[in-house]
Ligand binder design. Structure first.
Ligand code: NAP
Ligand code: MG
Length: 505
């Protein structure tokens, strides 16, 4: 077939013969001279060659970040000046919007609409933190007379930021923007499957005026380079988004040096549709909730619970509309569902579908690898709806990370809440009802970091994003994130005219 990416990539200014590491403001090859390839999941074709960082490169990046932090001017600048640079990053991204979108699509196989939304949000993240940082400050606290106490928010230092493949640029923005806003330096480790846009973002930071060494980007293996950063004595904080098992591993390793840790992990988010819901809105929102980004979202609403009184009416529309979802050329405006990241993930998804079948579940739609005309070399999975499940099934309890939703009935609020809370995860959740009091009751009882009420979207810049339970801890995308990249220092002074003599000597 024609090489979709070649024609596209060749037109991009962002094309590089080799996408290199960014360390201390310089684009360099990996110290071992190795490279790896990145693929377009829609076609299976090679997109680009990427320099592979080694542990020695990670050391170099940490050293550069440390030097920039300890001796550099970035954290010393007036906050307004840092804000200006963050806005400049956003404006450069805006001016190259289409290019970044295209590069992201080539590297991930996601649909145009998804990529556009995510790149726009990445831009808005920088704008949000440019504003938020100006208001971020310590407090003055009440202490006995003749004492004075205030707190300072000091940047935590050098941060390792480990990024997943599902939202490569957006996750990089979620991490880099708040960290550098407060004055930290970062070493970003993008996912091996999707390193391109994070590399470009690092270059844009430099171009916008972020001093060399403040933002370093080192594509390389998670097990090797990622681990090394997590254990590194020169790293003060680790911010990780990815799978729950790796998150647990990171927390264990990071504990050896008592690093600050933020973990944004997996989910199995419930989506509750009550009998009084606007059924059409609930159907549309529930479809988006699971099939957006081909279901490769940590907050994908992958467990759908429908009140028994409207189950049949809801499901009729839900399945009928799901059949209309278009899989195909990711660059087409009309494509709803893009590719799956790689063959391994297709196998994982299919494994869960097969296990559900073996457990006696009923496949209402999909349930197999998708054949997409013109994209035979790529990785695709049909939007899949599974009914007839019980709560113990693997497909109901575990994160599938693909376009697969399990559907169940419930009979009342109490049961809905019990089922919603019955997994180890607690990231997203959604409620569809016209009854405001009920929505509030449910929101209060759900153990999850995010509750979407009659709303298909989980977040905007400014809304806290993060999990309860084994979905991790710490919140990103919001004001509170700035606290997670700072230490609070308490300055307590005495200004009385008589010297204090607490021992009475
Ligand atoms: P992952 O293995 O957790 O990888 C995420 C990031 O961590 C990647 O940059 C990876 O590098 C790195 N990494 C892997 N092992 C590491 C280690 N021992 N120490 C430090 N860093 C390490 O996730 P994945 O392989 O991308 O996806 C697997 C599953 O994770 C998915 O099926 C899904 O269930 C879940 N997931 C969740 C989210 C989310 O947002 N919650 C996002 C993505 C994936 P490499 O790329 O080099 O392996
Ligand atoms: Mg790729």
């Amino acid at each position: 077939m024609s090489t979709v990416h070649e024609t596209k990539l060749d037109q991009l200014e962002m094309k590089r013969a080799v996408y290199q590491l960014l360390i201390n403001g310089e684009r360099i090859d990996g110290s071992a001279g190795e490279t790896f390839k990145t693929y377009n999941p829609a076609t299976g074709e090679v997109v680009a060659e990427v320099a592979k960082a080694t542990k020695a490169d990670a050391d170099k990046a940490v050293e550069a970040a440390r030097a920039a932090f300890e001796h550099g001017k970035w954290k010393m600048w007036p906050v307004g000046r840092r804000a200006q640079v963050l806005n400049k990053i956003a404006s450069i991204m805006r001016s190259r919007f289409n290019e970044i979108v295209e590069l992201e699509i080539l590297d991930t196989g996601k649909s145009l609409a998804a990529a556009q939304g995510q790149v726009m949000q990445a831009i808005e993240d920088f704008e949000f933190y440019a504003g938020a940082i100006v208001g971020h400050r310590g407090t003055v606290n009440n202490v006995p007379g003749q004492f004075h106490n205030y707190t300072e928010k000091e940047p935590v230092g050098v941060c390792a930021q480990i990024i997943p493949w599902n939202y490569p640029l957006m996750m990089a923005a979620w991490k880099i923007a708040p960290a550098i806003a407060v004055g930290c330096s970062v070493v970003v480790k993008p996912a091996t499957l999707t390193p391109l846009t994070a590399i470009i973002l690092g270059e844009i930071c430099l171009e916008a005026g972020v001093p060399a060494g403040v933002v370093n980007v080192i594509p390389g293996s998670g097990r090797e380079v990622g681990n090394h950063l997590v254990e590194h004595e020169g790293v003060d904080k680790v911010a990780f988004t990815g799978s729950t098992p790796v998150g647990k591993d990171i927390m264990g390793r990071a504990s050896q040096t008592l690093k600050r840790v933020t973990l944004e992990l997996g989910g199995k988010s419930p989506n509750l549709v009550f009998e009084d819901a606007d059924i059409t809105a609930a159907v549309d929102g529930s479809l988006f909730g699971i099939f957006y980004n081909s279901g490769q979202s940590c907050e994908a609403r992958s467990r759908l619970y429908v009140h028994e009184d409207i189950y049949d009416a809801f499901m009729e529309q839900f399945v009928a509309k799901a059949k209309r979802l278009v899989l195909g050329n990711p660059f087409d405006k009309g494509t709803h569902v893009g590719a799956i990241i790689d063959q391994g993930q297709v196998d994982v998804i299919d494994g869960y579908v097969q296990s559900a079948k073996a457990d006696g579940a009923e496949i209402l739609l999909g349930g197999k690898v998708a054949q997409v005309e013109g994209y035979e070399g790529g990785f695709w999975y049909e939007p899949t709806i599974i009914a007839g499940v019980t709560h113990e099934m693997k497909a109901v309890q575990e994160e599938i990370f693909g376009p697969v939703v399990v559907v169940m009935k419930f009979k009342d609020e109490k049961e809905a809440v019990r089922l919603a809370n019955d997994t180890e995860f607690g990231l997203g959740s959604a409620v569809w009802t016209k009854d405001g009091a009920r929505a509030t009751r449910i929101a209060n009882q759900i153990k999850a970091g995010i509750v979407m009420v009659n709303c298909p979207f989980s977040a905007f810049p400014g809304t806290p994003f993060g999990g309860y339970k084994q979905s991790g801890f710490g919140r990103e995308l919001c004001i509170e994130t700035l606290d997670l990249y700072t230490e609070t220092k308490s300055i307590l002074s005495y200004y009385g005219s008589r010297p204090l003599n607490p021992f009475g000597l």
